[in-house]
Design a protein around this ligand. Structure first.
Ligand SMILES: C[S@@+](CC[C@H](N)C(=O)[O-])C[C@H]1O[C@@H](n2cnc3c(N)ncnc32)[C@H](O)[C@@H]1O
Length: 187
């Protein structure tokens, strides 16, 4: 069976994150990834969860509250452009991005290429050595293809320049316009 990019992201992250870790959900949305991360970090860990939409903040808060895990999650109603400032340098063991729009909400509010690339670059610095970043990219909505291409090109450029050392895995979409997963493993 083909593994969905969101499931693959969870598998990759669960192999790295340990109890007590600091982790980041850069696009909280409906809170599925935040809840998943809160389960991994344990009572002594912390999830920083960003979203620019009030509806996403509310949905995520409700989901983690219902699971009794709100003590592990710090919700940030602001752009992931603040990621490095909030998480600090070299501390996070995982950063998850799930790009595009919030399912069930206004499809006009999407992640934007400039802000996304800026936050992905910040995440490279926020990660600790052997930390992992996952980025689920969508190409089926207007601007999605350009955003995905800019993320991949930006990461390749930084990797090739060698300023930050990391391995880059770019997943394949199962068909045209299907989402795909990018994985960054910091060395
Ligand atoms: C595909 S959804 C995320 C789904 C989520 N990971 C989940 O598990 O339910 C993308 C989210 O990114 C948010 N977003 C868009 N621009 C953002 C930004 N600059 N900073 C943080 N979140 C942003 C949107 O509001 C939306 O909720």
């Amino acid at each position: 069976m083909i593994e969905r990019p969101t499931a693959a992201a969870h598998r990759v992250v669960s192999e790295v994150v340990k109890a007590g870790d600091l982790v980041v959900d850069a696009t909280a949305g409906n809170g599925h990834d935040t809840l998943f991360l809160a389960g991994l970090v344990g009572d002594s860990g912390k999830v920083l969860a960003f979203d620019v939409q009030q509806a996403a903040i509310a949905a995520t808060r409700e989901r983690v509250d219902a699971a009794g895990l709100s003590g592990r999650v710090e919700m940030r109603h602001e752009s992931h452009g603040k990621l490095l400032e909030r998480a600090g340098r070299g501390r996070a063991s995982a950063v998850m991005f799930n790009l595009g729009y919030l399912p069930g909400a206004d499809h006009a509010v999407i992640t934007e290429v400039g802000e996304t690339v800026k936050a992905v670059v910040q995440a490279l610095f926020a990660l600790r050595s052997e930390g992992v970043m996952t980025i689920v990219c969508y190409t089926g909505h207007p601007g999605g293809e350009e955003e995905a291409a800019a993320v991949v090109a930006g990461l390749k450029k930084i990797r090739d320049e060698g300023g930050v050392r990391f391995e880059l895995e770019i997943g394949e979409a199962v068909k045209e316009k299907a989402p795909f997963l990018v994985v960054v493993r910091k060395l």
